[in-house]
Every structure is written in C-alpha cells, then in structure tokens.
Design a protein around this ligand. Structure first.
Ligand SMILES: Nc1ncnc2c1ncn2[C@@H]1O[C@H](COP(=O)(O)OP(=O)(O)OP(=O)(O)O)[C@@H](O)[C@H]1O
Length: 428
C-alpha cells in the first residue's frame, strides 16, 4: 500500500515581525516532492487568507481546514533568496540509543518526529539544521522522512538524562563466565573497558554496507550471552559439525600443562611474567584469573585462525565487544538469548551447569532467573552492538540457526561500522 505522508513541513513565526516562514520541508512529503516549497520561504497567504501575525498552530489549522474542504491549497510565498546548498551525501547510521518524539517536549513537532530503538539503521537525509535532522528508518517502507535529534542535540539530551539518573553500579556488567576451562572466573578483564561508558559516546554510529570479498579472510564470529545460556555448547557443536571450516582460538594460560595436553592445542603455556607483559601490551581480547592462574585469548591467536582460511568462532564477554569490532577482526556479534522461563525449564531438564562451587549439577529455578536477569542487563546495555540475535531454545534448531547466521555474515552484505570496513569492498 502507498503510505501517505501527512507530515509535510513545519513552520515558524518571526516573533518580532509576526511573519510566517517555512521552517523545514519534510523529505519525501508532498511539499518536498512538488519542489515548490523550501525551508526559509515566507508564507503570505493560504488560499487567499493572510497569515501574518498568526500563531503557527493557527496557520496549520487553516491549511488543514482548506485541504479538507477544498482539496486544493494555494500558498502565496516570498521565496527565500539564498537557498542553503544541500550537499547531500548518503549517510547511514546505527542508533546507539532509543528515542521517542512523543516523550520529547523539545521537538518542534512531535508528529513529524521519528522514533527509533538502539540498533536501528537510519538513513540521514537532511542535516541542514544543526539541531533537528531528517532521517528514514531502514528497511525503507516509507518514502517520508521524520525528524530526529542531531548528534549534538541527542548527546546533550543523554547527558541531561545521564546525570538525572541515580547511579547504577550494575551499569557496567561483569557477567564473567566460565570462559577458560569451563569454570567460573572470579575476575575478568578486557582490552577496552570503554563499553562501560557507551552511554556517553556518540548516539549515532556511522555504518556502511559491507560485503566480504571471497578472497578476504573471514569475519570473526563472536558469540555472547548470559552465563549458562549455551554459548559454549553452540560454539563447540558448530566446530564439531565442520572442523575444516570452523575453529576456536587457542587461549594462553599461566597454569602448567597436564599430561595429555600439548602447547598450542589446548593452550599456549606461558609464565606469569610473560602473560603480564602481554596484558601490558594489549595483546588480549580478554583475560581473567581462575584459581590463581591467568587465562586469556590473544588477538594473534584469533588472527592465526582467520589467516589459515578458517572461520574463527569465539565467545566473549560484553566488555570485549569493542576489542573485536576492529578493522582486522571485523567481528560479527551474535547474541544468544535465553528462551522464556517455561521453555528454559523444559529444554534444560537433562542439562547440567557448572558454577563457582559445583561442576555439572542440574539446573535450578534460580539459575534460570539469574540467566534472565543477566540477559536483561546485557540487552539493555549492549543491544546496539548485536549483528544477529538468536534464541537458544531447542539445541538442534539453534545449531541450524547459528550455521545460517554465520554463512550470511560471511557471504551477504551487512551493515558494519564505517571504521570496520575496508573502503574497497563497500557495496553500492
Ligand atoms: N538449547 C539447549 N537445550 C538444552 N541444554 C542446553 C542447551 N544449550 C545449552 N545447554 C546446556 O546448558 C549447559 C550450559 O551451557 P554452556 O556451558 O554452553 O553455557 P555458557 O553459555 O557457555 O555459559 P558459561 O560461559 O557460564 O559456561 C550445558 O550443559 C549445555 O549442554
């Protein structure tokens, strides 16, 4: 169906002279498509009705009234002499925050506003105004743009919001999991703790359409989810299904090798001094301590897998997100979400969990509740970084879903941060 845009333009009044001006013309709206009205034009009459001195709302009433009764609206305008030059470059961004015009008293016209959720891809079609931009949400199902706050304006709003919020210590989640040797780590560190401050970073992230060239190394597949959801299991099964295609990264550890272990297969074994040095030199995506030993995954070990032509699959903590979203690793981040409580109970009946205190004990109700709570926290803070979200309900289905998502990540065009893409394989 054809979507009719009712948000044509906004108008404003010069408070000194009482003159009425077109404040902005909404992209894709009727006024824009007619090409006859421009931001800055002075409106003298609407169907012969003089509008000088009227409130902008009254002018709108007049316009709406005429359009209902007569169907035709004739504006008498004094065109703006110097039209701002639109140097329209295509700009696509990923929203890093939520926005609702209905809850924003500062928006010039809430009806002309466009709401968005973090993670949405927006096409910015007009940045002429420093405060209010015009954008369309992708996939494009409407030809008409909506008003959104500019980066600076949204940042300002976020700062106000940020300071008005009570301090939430759990805002920086440490859901450190059984990453190394399937036992919970009491502490975990990552290369860049900056994600903790993401709320203060830019509210829009520039993205480009990226298609991996068949000869390029694969994108790193990073799985992430609340502890116990099954990230490890999925990763293990994916690799098991096709070890010629998928491979994990070999972690480093300061613990001594066990009899059957081989350096470079289970782990790389290093001294604490060397490990500390590697931490100091930012070599780890993430690392942590368990029972007095250090464990960590280096960027080099991920790169080694990618350079061998295989697809590297790792599971990461939320705080390692920034460290994998780089030009060299081009991580495709898959969030593994728990199913609703009832389904968790049903599907995990015969499964076992390993906690701080127990190895392989059956799941309890509290485990599911904790998992849900952790999922809520992760989603509220990191949703915007997820390239794909899957629910780990039936394990078999999940494996198929994961495999499909991984194939798409490697072979189909994706929106990626502009900083992550290579300029010579962007899609038109
Ligand atoms: N869809 C599923 N249905 C039933 N059991 C599952 C499913 N997914 C995972 N499990 C089981 O749940 C348990 C926990 O899974 P897993 O160890 O992969 O969790 P995890 O997300 O890696 O958490 P952690 O990092 O804390 O270990 C395992 O016994 C696993 O076999």
């Amino acid at each position: 169906p054809r979507i009719v845009c009712r948000r044509q333009s906004t108008i404003k009044r010069n408070e000194i002279t009482g003159e009425i001006f077109v404040a902005r013309v909404i992209h894709g709206g009727l006024a824009d498509r007619s090409g006859l009205l421009h931001a800055g034009d002075r409106i003298i009459e609407v169907n012969g009705f003089a509008v000088d001195g009227m409130e902008p709302e009254q002018v709108i009433q007049v316009v709406v009234g005429y359009s209902r009764s007569q169907g035709t609206i004739m504006f008498k305008v004094v065109p703006i002499t110097e039209r701002p030059v639109h140097n329209q470059t295509m700009l696509y961004v990923r929203a890093m925050a939520d926005y609702s015009p209905q809850q924003d008293p500062a928006i010039p016209c809430a009806d002309a506003g466009m709401s968005f959720r973090k993670g949405d891809i927006l096409e910015i079609v007009d940045q002429t105004d420093t405060l209010w931009w015009q954008a369309k949400k992708l996939p494009n199902n409407t030809s008409c743009a909506g008003l959104i706050p500019s980066t600076n304006l949204l940042k300002r709003k976020q700062r106000e919001f940020w300071w008005s919020q009570p301090y939430l210590p759990q805002a920086c989640i440490q859901t450190c999991k059984r990453r190394f040797h399937s036992t919970t780590q009491p502490s975990c560190h990552t290369r860049s703790p900056s994600s903790c401050y993401s709320a203060l970073n830019s509210p829009y992230e520039e993205v480009v359409r990226y298609q991996r060239h068949p000869q390029d190394t694969h994108r790193l597949i990073a799985l992430l989810g609340p502890s116990g959801v099954g990230v490890n299991e999925l990763r293990r099964r994916l690799i098991e299904m096709n070890p010629n295609v998928f491979q994990g990264a070999v972690p480093h550890t300061t613990r001594l090798p066990r009899g059957y272990e081989e350096s470079g297969r289970e782990y790389f074994y290093t001294s604490r001094e060397i490990f500390d040095n590697m931490v100091y030199n930012n070599r780890f995506l993430e690392y942590g301590e368990y029972k007095g030993n250090l464990y960590g995954t280096t960027i080099e070990s991920v790169k080694a897998v990618l350079n061998s032509g295989k697809i590297c699959v790792v599971d990461i903590e939320p705080n390692a997100i920034q460290a994998v979203r780089t030009h060299e690793l081009k991580a495709y981040i898959i969030y593994v979400k728990p199913p609703p409580l009832q389904r968790l109970r049903e599907t995990r009946q015969d499964s076992f969990i390993t906690t701080n205190y127990y190895v392989n004990r059956p799941f309890k109700s509290e485990d599911f509740q904790e998992m849900e709570e952790a999922a809520r926290k992760i989603e509220s803070q990191f949703w915007q970084f997820f390239d794909h979200v899957m629910v780990n309900d039936e394990l078999q289905d999940s494996c198929v879903q994961l495999l499909t998502a991984v194939k798409k990540a490697q072979d189909e065009p994706q929106w990626v941060p502009a900083t992550l893409a290579n300029s010579n394989n962007l899609c038109a």
